[in-house]
Design a protein around this ligand. Sequence first.
Ligand code: HEM
Length: 398
Amino acid sequence: MTQATKFDPRLAPIAQYVKSMASPQAFYSEKAGKVRAERVNGVVTLYRFDDIIRVNRHPAILGNGGQGGSFGNDNPLIPLEIDGEDHKKWRKLLDPLFGPKQMAPLEEQIRTLAGELIDKFASRGHAELHDEFCEPLPSLTFLRLVGAPIEDLDFFLDFKNGVIHPEGDTVEEIEANMAVAGGKLLEYFVNYLAERRKDTEQKNDVIGILLRSEVDGKPIEELDLLNIMFLLMFAGLDTITSSLSCIFAWLGQNPEARDRLIADRSLLPAAIEEILRYESPVPAGQRHATADIDLGDGLVIKAGEAIHAIWAAANVDPTHYDNPLEVDFNRGRAPNMVFASGTHRCLGSHLARMELRVALEEILNRIPDYQVPAPEDLVYDNVSVRTVTKLPVTFTAS
Ligand code: HEM
């Protein structure tokens, strides 16, 4: 496969195989144990943690943009589909906007919102946790953070579903559907940015800061702003929702582990990290080699080859982790591939970790005995982002 040839990881055989599995972890783990790498439809598929780490850090590797845009926008999304010095430049601008210091002041606001959402269902004794909590908490938090209108939440959710979970059985169908969703968002932001430029108030949300920022000594160009906002709106709106749905489902199905967290909240950061490792909300990514890359022991990725890096397999790779299928809160802070690694490592990990912790604290405070259906009675979607699409729970009303 040449660099110009497109493949869509969502249509890869492995993505289709695990598509609706409630528990794909054993499959991923066995794969990583038995198969180091394989060429599937001409794409090098990597399963092992150590190989993927090396690829992600390699100077001859391009990220998602190695084959052009993949999310219904003809222009490269910033920073996901940009590489090299340009990528560094954009991350230097964006990293401080999502750093730990910038995220810390949001904690109380997130806690208040979580409490308000729980207030709406606590006395009922049952809730649809995905729709009533996992979706609104991160979405409303993110819209406030970036400075996008909260009243347009449904429009943004339709957009992110349209580009992350597009309908279609072929690359062409998927691309056409994503382009429709993407086109609507671009039109929206052309108008919204024009409004914001007229605003005389110096707002300190992400859009306000970007409108006042300079790159290479000049204000950021309109097209670049649109390509940043396009990526932020789906990266920020989907992943924490999906992670919450997986974590709540797992804890509900493992009440002894949940009881440990109820008894000792100091375990929460390690527990969240460990459940994320096991659940791998973002299961895979793509990379592109610009030169031959020798990974040792005869495994050479050739210049121009596309790579499908299965983060979810690396996270349960038995050649890297002891007892990878055991969710062990005492595992310690061993690195994982939840937020990828290297150049394109997730920009939003500080926000994600803090928000997941606050959300869990509030749910464990208010509805600690919530019951969830068995895994086989829940609908999981493992393509693009692993999520539990509906999460009906029952609990002692208060
Ligand atoms: C638990 C929640 C999250 C998970 C599991 C997650 C996972 C990931 C992964 C695996 C990547 C690498 C993608 C690739 O290279 O193919 C990534 C990149 C990225 N994430 Fe996240 N993410 C999460 C939350 C967020 C949030 C809340 C934001 C919003 C700021 C965000 C923004 C980004 C951006 C902008 C990139 C591209 C970084 C680059 O290319 O330099 N993520 N994320």
